[in-house]
Design a protein around this ligand. Structure first.
Ligand code: NAP
Length: 252
Protein backbone atom coordinates (compact mmCIF):
# COMPACT_ATOMS: atom_id res chain seq x y z
CA UNK A 1 0.00 0.00 0.00
CA UNK A 2 3.03 2.28 -0.12
CA UNK A 3 2.16 5.66 -1.64
CA UNK A 4 -1.54 5.29 -0.94
CA UNK A 5 -3.19 7.41 1.73
CA UNK A 6 -3.97 5.36 4.84
CA UNK A 7 -6.50 6.20 7.50
CA UNK A 8 -5.55 6.73 11.15
CA UNK A 9 -8.04 6.89 14.00
CA UNK A 10 -6.98 8.64 17.20
CA UNK A 11 -9.17 8.30 20.28
CA UNK A 12 -9.24 11.24 22.68
CA UNK A 13 -7.99 13.25 19.71
CA UNK A 14 -9.65 16.45 20.87
CA UNK A 15 -7.16 17.38 23.57
CA UNK A 16 -3.58 17.15 24.78
CA UNK A 17 -1.55 14.20 23.53
CA UNK A 18 -4.30 12.88 21.23
CA UNK A 19 -4.64 16.24 19.52
CA UNK A 20 -0.90 16.42 18.87
CA UNK A 21 -0.88 12.86 17.52
CA UNK A 22 -3.83 13.52 15.20
CA UNK A 23 -2.23 16.69 13.81
CA UNK A 24 1.16 15.03 13.38
CA UNK A 25 -0.28 12.02 11.55
CA UNK A 26 -2.24 14.40 9.30
CA UNK A 27 1.04 16.20 8.48
CA UNK A 28 2.60 12.81 7.74
CA UNK A 29 -0.03 12.10 5.09
CA UNK A 30 -2.61 10.00 6.90
CA UNK A 31 -6.31 10.73 6.59
CA UNK A 32 -7.26 11.20 10.21
CA UNK A 33 -10.36 10.45 12.24
CA UNK A 34 -10.36 12.55 15.39
CA UNK A 35 -12.56 10.75 17.90
CA UNK A 36 -13.49 12.20 21.24
CA UNK A 37 -16.20 12.31 23.86
CA UNK A 38 -16.10 16.07 23.47
CA UNK A 39 -17.71 16.80 20.10
CA UNK A 40 -16.59 20.44 19.85
CA UNK A 41 -12.98 19.55 20.67
CA UNK A 42 -12.95 16.82 18.00
CA UNK A 43 -14.42 19.25 15.47
CA UNK A 44 -11.80 21.89 16.31
CA UNK A 45 -8.87 19.51 15.78
CA UNK A 46 -10.28 18.05 12.56
CA UNK A 47 -10.92 21.59 11.26
CA UNK A 48 -7.32 22.53 12.13
CA UNK A 49 -6.05 19.60 10.05
CA UNK A 50 -8.40 20.39 7.16
CA UNK A 51 -7.27 24.03 7.16
CA UNK A 52 -3.77 22.73 6.44
CA UNK A 53 -5.15 20.78 3.49
CA UNK A 54 -5.41 17.35 5.12
CA UNK A 55 -8.34 14.93 5.03
CA UNK A 56 -9.76 14.79 8.53
CA UNK A 57 -13.06 13.73 10.04
CA UNK A 58 -14.32 14.56 13.53
CA UNK A 59 -16.15 11.77 15.29
CA UNK A 60 -17.55 13.41 18.38
CA UNK A 61 -19.68 12.25 21.28
CA UNK A 62 -18.21 8.76 21.33
CA UNK A 63 -17.48 7.15 24.67
CA UNK A 64 -14.77 4.57 24.05
CA UNK A 65 -16.21 2.37 26.79
CA UNK A 66 -19.43 1.85 24.79
CA UNK A 67 -18.87 -1.03 22.41
CA UNK A 68 -21.89 -0.29 20.22
CA UNK A 69 -20.75 3.32 19.74
CA UNK A 70 -17.20 2.17 19.04
CA UNK A 71 -18.37 -0.23 16.31
CA UNK A 72 -20.60 2.45 14.82
CA UNK A 73 -17.76 5.02 14.86
CA UNK A 74 -15.36 2.64 13.11
CA UNK A 75 -17.99 1.96 10.43
CA UNK A 76 -18.55 5.70 9.99
CA UNK A 77 -14.80 6.30 9.55
CA UNK A 78 -14.46 3.40 7.12
CA UNK A 79 -17.33 4.71 4.99
CA UNK A 80 -15.90 8.25 4.91
CA UNK A 81 -12.13 7.67 4.76
CA UNK A 82 -11.54 3.96 4.12
CA UNK A 83 -10.51 1.18 6.49
CA UNK A 84 -8.71 2.17 9.68
CA UNK A 85 -5.17 0.86 9.22
CA UNK A 86 -3.64 2.91 12.04
CA UNK A 87 -5.27 2.95 15.46
CA UNK A 88 -4.03 5.08 18.35
CA UNK A 89 -5.77 4.23 21.60
CA UNK A 90 -5.12 7.44 23.48
CA UNK A 91 -8.36 8.36 25.30
CA UNK A 92 -7.96 7.94 29.01
CA UNK A 93 -9.17 9.13 32.37
CA UNK A 94 -7.26 9.35 35.61
CA UNK A 95 -8.20 9.69 39.25
CA UNK A 96 -6.30 10.16 42.48
CA UNK A 97 -7.84 8.32 45.42
CA UNK A 98 -6.48 6.43 48.40
CA UNK A 99 -6.78 2.70 47.84
CA UNK A 100 -9.39 2.12 50.55
CA UNK A 101 -11.54 4.91 49.18
CA UNK A 102 -11.80 3.52 45.67
CA UNK A 103 -15.40 2.56 44.97
CA UNK A 104 -16.58 -0.05 42.49
CA UNK A 105 -17.95 2.79 40.38
CA UNK A 106 -14.60 4.57 40.19
CA UNK A 107 -12.63 1.36 39.57
CA UNK A 108 -15.01 0.19 36.86
CA UNK A 109 -15.07 3.56 35.08
CA UNK A 110 -11.28 3.76 34.89
CA UNK A 111 -11.06 0.19 33.59
CA UNK A 112 -13.91 0.77 31.14
CA UNK A 113 -12.29 3.79 29.50
CA UNK A 114 -8.58 2.93 29.78
CA UNK A 115 -8.70 -0.81 29.08
CA UNK A 116 -12.08 -1.88 27.70
CA UNK A 117 -11.99 1.02 25.20
CA UNK A 118 -8.75 -0.12 23.54
CA UNK A 119 -10.04 -3.73 23.60
CA UNK A 120 -13.20 -2.71 21.74
CA UNK A 121 -11.32 -0.56 19.22
CA UNK A 122 -8.77 -3.27 18.49
CA UNK A 123 -11.53 -5.81 17.88
CA UNK A 124 -13.32 -3.34 15.60
CA UNK A 125 -10.34 -2.48 13.38
CA UNK A 126 -8.23 -5.65 13.27
CA UNK A 127 -10.41 -7.44 10.67
CA UNK A 128 -9.82 -4.54 8.22
CA UNK A 129 -6.10 -4.53 8.98
CA UNK A 130 -5.92 -8.29 8.41
CA UNK A 131 -7.68 -7.88 5.10
CA UNK A 132 -5.14 -5.23 4.08
CA UNK A 133 -2.23 -7.34 5.40
CA UNK A 134 -0.96 -4.21 7.16
CA UNK A 135 -1.76 -2.35 10.34
CA UNK A 136 -0.32 -0.28 13.16
CA UNK A 137 -1.72 -0.07 16.67
CA UNK A 138 -0.25 2.26 19.30
CA UNK A 139 -1.63 2.19 22.83
CA UNK A 140 -0.95 5.18 25.05
CA UNK A 141 -0.34 3.72 28.50
CA UNK A 142 1.50 5.53 31.30
CA UNK A 143 4.93 5.63 32.90
CA UNK A 144 3.10 5.13 36.20
CA UNK A 145 2.48 1.55 35.10
CA UNK A 146 6.26 1.04 34.94
CA UNK A 147 6.99 2.56 38.33
CA UNK A 148 3.75 2.30 40.29
CA UNK A 149 2.06 5.39 41.71
CA UNK A 150 0.46 5.79 45.12
CA UNK A 151 -3.21 6.86 45.22
CA UNK A 152 -3.69 5.79 41.61
CA UNK A 153 -4.03 2.03 41.96
CA UNK A 154 -6.98 1.77 39.59
CA UNK A 155 -5.40 4.02 36.95
CA UNK A 156 -2.05 2.24 37.15
CA UNK A 157 -3.69 -1.20 37.03
CA UNK A 158 -5.63 -0.16 33.91
CA UNK A 159 -2.48 1.11 32.18
CA UNK A 160 -0.47 -1.96 33.20
CA UNK A 161 -3.29 -4.00 31.66
CA UNK A 162 -2.90 -2.00 28.47
CA UNK A 163 0.81 -2.87 28.37
CA UNK A 164 -0.10 -6.56 28.72
CA UNK A 165 -2.72 -6.26 26.00
CA UNK A 166 -0.10 -4.67 23.73
CA UNK A 167 2.48 -7.41 24.24
CA UNK A 168 0.07 -10.29 23.70
CA UNK A 169 -1.70 -8.75 20.74
CA UNK A 170 1.64 -8.00 19.08
CA UNK A 171 2.53 -11.71 19.17
CA UNK A 172 -0.86 -12.73 17.81
CA UNK A 173 -1.00 -10.15 15.01
CA UNK A 174 2.63 -10.13 13.88
CA UNK A 175 2.04 -12.80 11.22
CA UNK A 176 -0.77 -10.65 9.77
CA UNK A 177 1.53 -7.68 9.14
CA UNK A 178 0.16 -5.72 12.09
CA UNK A 179 2.42 -4.18 14.73
CA UNK A 180 1.24 -3.29 18.23
CA UNK A 181 3.28 -1.08 20.53
CA UNK A 182 2.73 1.08 23.57
CA UNK A 183 4.04 4.49 24.56
CA UNK A 184 3.89 5.14 28.30
CA UNK A 185 4.15 8.93 28.56
CA UNK A 186 5.54 10.53 31.66
CA UNK A 187 4.73 14.04 32.85
CA UNK A 188 3.39 15.66 29.69
CA UNK A 189 1.98 19.17 29.91
CA UNK A 190 -1.68 18.67 28.96
CA UNK A 191 -5.06 19.62 30.42
CA UNK A 192 -4.99 16.29 32.33
CA UNK A 193 -1.66 17.15 33.99
CA UNK A 194 -2.73 20.72 34.75
CA UNK A 195 -5.97 19.44 36.34
CA UNK A 196 -3.86 17.24 38.65
CA UNK A 197 -1.64 20.21 39.48
CA UNK A 198 -4.67 22.40 40.30
CA UNK A 199 -6.10 19.77 42.63
CA UNK A 200 -2.74 19.47 44.43
CA UNK A 201 -2.27 15.85 43.33
CA UNK A 202 1.22 16.33 41.88
CA UNK A 203 2.89 17.05 45.19
CA UNK A 204 4.30 20.31 43.78
CA UNK A 205 3.90 22.42 40.69
CA UNK A 206 4.58 21.36 37.11
CA UNK A 207 7.59 23.72 37.15
CA UNK A 208 8.94 22.10 40.30
CA UNK A 209 8.70 18.64 38.76
CA UNK A 210 10.26 19.87 35.53
CA UNK A 211 13.34 20.81 37.57
CA UNK A 212 13.50 17.25 38.91
CA UNK A 213 13.26 15.75 35.42
CA UNK A 214 16.60 14.70 33.88
CA UNK A 215 16.03 16.76 30.71
CA UNK A 216 14.82 19.69 32.89
CA UNK A 217 11.47 20.27 31.27
CA UNK A 218 7.98 18.83 31.18
CA UNK A 219 7.05 16.74 28.18
CA UNK A 220 5.14 18.28 25.31
CA UNK A 221 2.30 16.48 23.54
CA UNK A 222 4.44 16.76 20.38
CA UNK A 223 7.11 14.57 22.04
CA UNK A 224 4.62 11.72 22.23
CA UNK A 225 3.33 12.45 18.73
CA UNK A 226 6.86 12.14 17.31
CA UNK A 227 7.35 8.69 18.82
CA UNK A 228 3.91 7.66 17.64
CA UNK A 229 4.67 8.90 14.11
CA UNK A 230 7.67 6.59 14.00
CA UNK A 231 5.77 3.59 15.34
CA UNK A 232 3.05 3.88 12.69
CA UNK A 233 5.51 4.45 9.85
CA UNK A 234 6.48 1.94 7.20
CA UNK A 235 10.04 1.77 8.53
CA UNK A 236 8.88 0.65 12.00
CA UNK A 237 7.67 -2.70 10.67
CA UNK A 238 10.23 -4.64 12.73
CA UNK A 239 9.21 -2.91 15.98
CA UNK A 240 6.36 -4.67 17.75
CA UNK A 241 5.32 -5.60 21.26
CA UNK A 242 7.51 -2.80 22.61
CA UNK A 243 7.15 -0.35 25.45
CA UNK A 244 8.66 2.90 24.14
CA UNK A 245 9.02 5.28 27.08
CA UNK A 246 8.86 9.02 26.35
CA UNK A 247 9.41 10.63 29.72
CA UNK A 248 12.48 12.90 29.79
CA UNK A 249 14.43 10.23 31.65
CA UNK A 250 12.05 10.08 34.61
CA UNK A 251 11.72 6.32 34.06
CA UNK A 252 14.56 4.29 32.61
P1 NAP B 1 -6.45 15.04 28.20
O1 NAP B 1 -5.86 16.33 27.84
O2 NAP B 1 -7.43 14.94 29.32
O3 NAP B 1 -7.08 14.39 26.89
C1 NAP B 1 -7.80 13.19 26.96
C2 NAP B 1 -8.88 13.25 25.91
O4 NAP B 1 -9.58 12.00 25.95
C3 NAP B 1 -9.91 14.34 26.19
O5 NAP B 1 -10.26 15.02 25.00
C4 NAP B 1 -11.08 13.56 26.74
O6 NAP B 1 -12.34 14.15 26.50
C5 NAP B 1 -10.97 12.27 25.98
N1 NAP B 1 -11.70 11.22 26.65
C6 NAP B 1 -11.75 10.97 27.99
N2 NAP B 1 -12.56 9.95 28.24
C7 NAP B 1 -13.06 9.56 27.04
C8 NAP B 1 -13.97 8.56 26.66
N3 NAP B 1 -14.55 7.77 27.56
N4 NAP B 1 -14.26 8.42 25.35
C9 NAP B 1 -13.70 9.23 24.43
N5 NAP B 1 -12.83 10.20 24.73
C10 NAP B 1 -12.52 10.37 26.05
O7 NAP B 1 -5.31 13.98 28.60
P2 NAP B 1 -3.81 13.75 28.06
O8 NAP B 1 -2.91 14.15 29.14
O9 NAP B 1 -3.64 14.24 26.69
O10 NAP B 1 -3.81 12.16 28.07
C11 NAP B 1 -3.89 11.35 26.91
C12 NAP B 1 -3.50 9.93 27.29
O11 NAP B 1 -2.17 9.92 27.81
C13 NAP B 1 -4.38 9.33 28.39
O12 NAP B 1 -4.62 7.96 28.11
C14 NAP B 1 -3.52 9.45 29.62
O13 NAP B 1 -3.84 8.48 30.60
C15 NAP B 1 -2.14 9.26 29.04
N6 NAP B 1 -1.06 9.80 29.88
C16 NAP B 1 -0.89 11.15 30.02
C17 NAP B 1 0.16 11.62 30.80
C18 NAP B 1 0.44 13.07 30.97
O14 NAP B 1 1.44 13.39 31.62
N7 NAP B 1 -0.36 13.99 30.46
C19 NAP B 1 1.00 10.72 31.46
C20 NAP B 1 0.77 9.37 31.31
C21 NAP B 1 -0.26 8.91 30.52
P3 NAP B 1 -13.01 15.05 27.66
O15 NAP B 1 -12.14 16.26 27.77
O16 NAP B 1 -14.38 15.30 27.16
O17 NAP B 1 -12.98 14.19 28.89
Amino acid sequence: MTGQRRTALVTGGGSGIGRAIALRLAEDGFATAVLDLDTEAAERVAAEARQKGHASLAVGGVDVSDRARVDEAVRQVRDALGPVLVLVNNAGVSATEGFLRITDTSWNRIMAVNLNGPFYFCQAVVPGMKKAGWGRIVNISSSSAQSGQPYMTHYVASKAGLIGLTKSLALELGPAGITVNTIPPGFVDTPMLRASEERGFLGGSVDHHAELTPVRRAGRPEDIAAACAFLVSEEAGYVTGQVIGVNGGRNT
